[in-house]
Design a protein around this ligand. Sequence first.
Ligand code: RAM
Length: 346
Amino acid sequence: MQSSTTARRIVAISAAVVAGALALSGCAGGSAGGGTSGAGKSFSMAFVPKQLNNPYTDVELSGGKKNASKVDAKVTVVGPNTASASSQVSYINTLTQKKTNVIAIAANDPNAVCSSLNQAKSGGAKIITFDSDTAKTCRSLFINQVVSKDVALVELKQLGEQIDYTGDFAILSATANATNQNTWIKFMKEEIASNPKYSKMKLVTTVYGNDDDTTSFQVAQGLLQSYPNLKGIISPTTVGIAATARYLSTSDYKGKVVLVGLGLPNQMREYVKNGTVKEFALWDPAKIGQAAVYAGRALVDGKITGKTGDSFDAGSLGTLKVGADNTVIVGPPTEFTADNIDDFDF
Ligand code: RAM
C-alpha cells in the first residue's frame, strides 16, 4: 500500500507541475496566444500531449520548455486529463481560433484529431506530431523517439532472455487506439511470427490500462488471475509498467512473472532494487520536447517543410534529419538494469 500511495503522490505532483507551468506561461485557462511568426521572429507553440497527468508527459515537455527561449518560442501546454481518442479535439480547435503558430501533438488516435488539425493547418498553423503519430496527411513531420521496430525488438529480447525464450506472455498496453503502442505491438507480433528464436513464446492476450494508474493496476491483477501460467508481461507504457510492477511487487508473482517494457527510471527504481523487475527500456523523453521546438522554429522560418531529406539544427541534439515517412528519429533506446539505473534522473 505504501508504494501505491507513493505512485499517487507522483501523479499528483506531476499534475501540480504542469498546472504551475501553465500558470507561469500565463495560459492557465488552456490557451495559447498567436505569435507574430515569420523568419527569425518570436512564435507561439502549443504542446498537446496525450494527457496531462502522466509523469512521462512532464519529462517530455520539460525539454520543450527548457529550449523554448533558444528558438524564441512562446511555449504553452494544453490537453486532456485522460488519453481517450477524441479528448484532444476541443483543445486543437481553441488553438486554431487563437492562431497558434505551431501545434505539436502526441495523438491519442491516428485519425480522430485529423480534421481539427487540418483546420488548424488551413488557418496557417504548422503541425508536428511527437511521441504518438497521426495519419501522415495530418502533420508536416513526426518526432519519433526511437525507430519503432527497435522498440519492439528490445522488449522481446529482454523478455526472451529472462524466460529462456519459452512460454506464454501478455502485453499490457496504454489505450486501444494509441498509435505509438499499436505500432510497437504490430512489430512485436511480426517478429514473434517470423523469427525462429521466438517460436516457443506465445502472446496470449493484449490488455489495456488506458494509461491510467488505477486501471492499469487492476488490469494487471486480472491478467494474472485469468492466465495463472503467464511467464511474462510486456508493458510498453510508462504508466502500465509502473502500475504492473507495483501489483507484482506485493503479490506471490514477484520474482516469478517477468515484467519488461518502457518505464521512467525514477518510477521503476524501487522495483528494480526490490527484485520485481530486472530490466526495462526507454529513451530520454526530454529530447523529444527539445527536438519539437527546434523543428517548430525551422518550419516557421520556412527552412524545412518536413519532407524526407530535410534537416534542421536541434541545439545540443545536433542536426536532426527528416527520414522516411517524414519522421525524425531522436535516438536509440536505453536499457536499464540495477547496474545503471542510478545514473539516470528522469
Ligand atoms: C506512456 C505514454 C507515452 C509513451 C510512454 C512510453 O507514458 O503512453 O505515449 O511513449 O508511455
